[in-house]
Design a protein around this ligand. Structure first.
Ligand SMILES: Nc1nc2c(ncn2[C@@H]2O[C@H](COP(=O)(O)OP(=O)(O)OP(=O)(O)O)[C@@H](O)[C@H]2O)c(=O)[nH]1
Ligand SMILES: [Mg+2]
Length: 290
């Protein structure tokens, strides 16, 4: 059974077309209507989709519900795509093909493998920055870590339990794929940016997703993220302490600035270093549990 799974929030104008265009390529279309205030659920049902409804919690929560549903219903392949019509359902077979004929666990539709896709400069830059940060935490490299057009094998559906409620779920899933040793391939897809996409909305989303990505990656590499800055601060603290002692012993002057600086930096450095060690041990303990 192949499922097309579509998170949709207030998409009554686009959802019918996405559902009807997806149906020929899969066995079932599932729409997660996340507390829409319009007729998304009704329109999707009339177009032939099964609709899961929940109170609005965000894109990630919808993706998580779709994973649960696909797992429960024993889907062999799950393709996720957006309900706003930006992804072209006719490209579903390209993603499915990567799984069935090339045996990968996860196929990611990338906007950046084929240069004809018109993503605007600021959006492209934002996605590239988030993607670089994400790649730092995974053992593979992707060109589009934020793509919502993806296909998952049964092994991937069983192994991945997303918890992130917002857009950062795309990053979270990639880290989980990496931790579980699942295989990944990217295939070129096109995305349409016609119609209403708000720039400000995207910028604030992007900053939030980047912060979350750093959170995930820093937990994965705590020694680099907290340990190295921690040691750096300790060293600066010791140098300032040395300057204080030097002044005190040689000129009998008390240089309060360097004394305070020394104590504060040394303590901050120590806190960061201890954090690094604790996170490192915890990450080793809980690795692979989810
Ligand atoms: N169920 C659910 N779906 C959501 C939620 N937020 C967004 N979506 C859906 O997820 C898909 C992607 O969201 P968009 O807001 O279009 O994100 P985007 O494509 O990165 O940004 P835009 O360029 O503004 O379209 C769309 O189909 C939305 O309807 C939510 O809170 N719940
Ligand atoms: Mg969109």
């Amino acid at each position: 059974m192949k499922f097309a799974c579509i998170p949709a929030y207030n998409e009554e104008h686009s959802i019918a077309k996405v559902v009807t265009k997806s149906l020929p390529h899969v066995d079932r279309v599932i729409v997660c209507d996340d507390g829409s205030t319009d007729d998304t659920a009704k329109v999707a049902r009339e177009a032939g989709a099964t609709v899961i409804t929940q109170t609005n919690q965000g894109y990630g929560a919808a993706i998580s519900s779709l994973f649960d549903y696909a797992r429960k219903e024993n889907a062999r392949i799950m393709v996720t795509l957006d309900g706003d019509g930006q992804h072209n359902p006719d490209q579903i077979p390209i993603l499915v093909d990567a799984i069935t004929t090339h045996n990968v666990d996860v196929a990611i539709g990338s906007r950046f493998l084929d240069d004809s896709t018109k993503t605007s400069g600021y959006r492209k830059t934002g996605i590239k920055i988030i993607t670089s940060a994400t790649n730092y935490g995974t053992n593979f490299k992707v060109s589009d870590s934020q793509s919502g057009f993806r296909a998952y094998s049964k092994d991937a559906i069983d192994a991945i339990h997303p918890t992130e409620q917002g857009m950062a779920v795309s990053t979270e899933i990639l880290l989980k794929i990496s931790n579980k040793g699942l295989s990944v391939a990217e295939v070129p897809i096109t995305v349409s940016y016609e119609g209403d996409t708000s720039e400000q909305h995207s910028v604030s989303h992007g900053v939030g997703v980047l912060a979350n990505t750093i959170k995930y990656v820093s937990i994965k590499h705590p020694l680099q993220f907290y340990g190295i800055p921690g040691l750096g601060l300790i060293v600066v603290g010791i140098v300032l302490g040395g300057i204080f002692l030097d002044r005190y012993l040689n000129d009998a002057t008390i240089f309060y600035g360097s004394l305070m600086g020394s104590v504060v930096l040394f303590l901050l450095g120590a806190i960061l270093s201890v954090t690094a060690i604790i996170l490192f041990s915890m990450a080793n303990l809980i690795r692979d549990r989810y």
